[in-house]
Design a protein around this ligand. Structure first.
Ligand code: DGL
Length: 272
């Protein structure tokens, strides 16, 4: 008996998608996703009890996020958990994937790769929490581009605090002033691309863009993260044929699979 599938419609037995951050930082990611996928039940968790994440050690973050994820699974039974937080992702994501095998995780990492690939100056800046910018993950991302590029990293705990606690009632001047300070630091050392490596900074995206206008491009990961969630939802909702072999799945095979309402993927590339 063949099942008809509505494209882009998540069934996953009505399990929800949960977004997690230390505070309000993940909300722009959540909002972007919900606007594009209004039929999906998505929950947002602000781990205010442990805000800020950025000054904590990797071990501490693994410990507290493991506890939070365990409780989240019990309360909400999610199909996908989005760590809408760079600090949590670079620190704890591999360990969370090991500990909670039945859950699909999507992490948020600074958009270092596209920034490096587009940089003409061969020098980019990454703005994040202390924990994120000191993590070896950033160097690994930069190296994976195969391009020789200098990466200047600046920790901005003050900016995280500002967004979390003062953004709502801050004046336009205050927002611009605090944002420009960081762009000026990057400009002074000659970067031509700045990566917003903390989700809280998305609240100040217009100010970052305005301060950077002319010589610096600003990168964030919102589309990449939400696109990844959407592609996981799609594969969850497809009837799938996995084909082994070293080459790409041949067109001929795709066509036959389609007759049986199956989407064909290369076995080796498929990650669930
Ligand atoms: N929003 C978080 C991030 O993307 C962390 C902020 C914090 O709690 O320090 O890194």
């Amino acid at each position: 008996m063949r099942r008809r599938l509505e494209p882009n419609y998540l069934c996953m037995n009505d399990r929800c998608i949960v977004f997690i951050d230390s505070g309000i930082g993940g909300l722009p990611y959540y909002a972007y996703f919900v606007e594009r996928n209004p039929h999906i039940r998505a929950l947002y968790i602000a781990d205010r009890a442990h805000f800020p994440y950025g000054g904590k050690s990797k071990e501490e973050l693994v410990f507290l996020l493991s506890a939070l994820v365990a409780q989240t699974i019990e309360k909400c039974n999610p199909a996908i958990i989005v760590l809408a937080c760079n600090t949590a992702s670079v620190s704890a994501l591999p360990e969370l994937r090991k500990r909670f095998e039945g859950i699909l995780f999507v992490g948020t990492v600074p958009a270092v790769k596209p920034a490096i690939l587009a940089s003409k100056a061969g020098h980019i800046g990454v703005l994040g929490t202390a924990r994120t910018i000191e993590d070896s993950y950033i160097g690994g991302l930069a190296a994976s581009t195969g391009k020789d590029c200098k990466v200047t990293r600046i920790a901005a705990p003050e900016l995280v605090e500002f967004v979390e606690n003062s953004f709502l009632h801050a004046s336009d001047e205050e927002k611009m002033h605090i944002t420009k300070k960081y762009i000026d630091q990057f400009r002074a050392v000659g970067v031509d691309a700045v990566v917003l490596g903390c989700t809280h900074f998305l609240f100040l995206l217009p100010e970052f863009k305005q301060a950077a206008t002319g010589d610096i491009a600003v990168y964030d990961s919102i589309e990449g993260v939400c696109g990844r969630v959407e592609s996981l939802m799609k594969t969850k909702n497809e009837n799938i044929a996995l084909v082994t072999g070293n080459n790409q799945v041949e067109d001929k095979w795709r066509e036959v699979a389609a007759l049986y309402n199956l989407k064909a993927y290369k076995f080796e590339d498929f990650d669930g």
